[in-house]
Design a protein around this ligand. Sequence first.
Ligand code: SAM
Length: 306
Amino acid sequence: MKRTTRSLEERGFSPKDIMQKAQRVKNDEFYTRYEDVEKEILMYDKSIWNNKIVFCNCGDAVDDDEKHTSAFALYFLRHFTELGLKKLICTCGGMDLLNQGAQAYIFMKDRFHERKDFPKHYTGSFDDPLSLKILREEADIVCTNPPFSRAKDYWKRIIESGKRFLIISNITNAINTGYIPYFKDKKVWAGYHETDWFLSPKRELMRAAGYWFTNIPIKNRAKYKQLKIVPLKAIPVQYKKYDDSRTLLAEKGYIPCDYKKPFAVSARRILNGLLEKGYKIVQDKQYIPYVDGKKHFARVLVQEEQ
Ligand SMILES: C[S@@+](CC[C@H](N)C(=O)[O-])C[C@H]1O[C@@H](n2cnc3c(N)ncnc32)[C@H](O)[C@@H]1O
């Protein structure tokens, strides 16, 4: 069979690069389930979508066969009229090893037309000049599940764009140094749900620790209930340990309401909405406690707002 694309080696990748790329691809190729998209979107006021342009910009395929259409694209296609959308734009490219020769495209639907463009030299990457132009000039709300291997760049782009977004990323981002400043500056917060199950390229269920993140206002966050905000002396001793530097480690959802110094909490508490309850993050990087010289799991340092 005639080869139409050059191999990775021919394109200057070493065997090591290829292995690393293969590993990245393996981590990136998991797909969001339709029911997870539906469950999260239903939590937001329907009016946020009205007359808006939704941009799905990471491997959000649109195909005649719904099985090969991204759950994000499918949700917005099915609910286009009900949500009063102005336009849906989805991009998809041959960024993975298997589809490296596949042509990247931009799918667009407005109230009257649907079309797929295959621009020359377009890669489909979220940071391709054409994708960035759409982000800058057209998109109102960006919704997708970005590739794990590029999540840091993705978050930077999307937050700097100033656009509204609703995306899935790793649950631990709230205590990951690369992302903590965004939570600290209230540029992002947790959405409503955790997403534990995804689909493999063979459409088999696979587990991964995902969570929804957004800058769209949240109403009646059910997870506030997991925060037990009480006076320090009401916290059971086993849940208020101090580490070797005398920093309080607040555990099991207990949060002191009368403690003036910084204390450490797990990612869960940030996801439960702690920063909406009068507490702020006070350190840009993650906090690793040591107790009796033994390393404990990573957290973030917070403090009651004065
Ligand atoms: C976690 S999957 C999610 C796919 C789809 N959005 C969904 O939610 O089912 C991430 C997708 O991003 C694609 N991808 C990898 N690098 C990318 C890049 N630089 N720009 C855009 N998409 C990329 C991967 O091929 C993969 O299909």
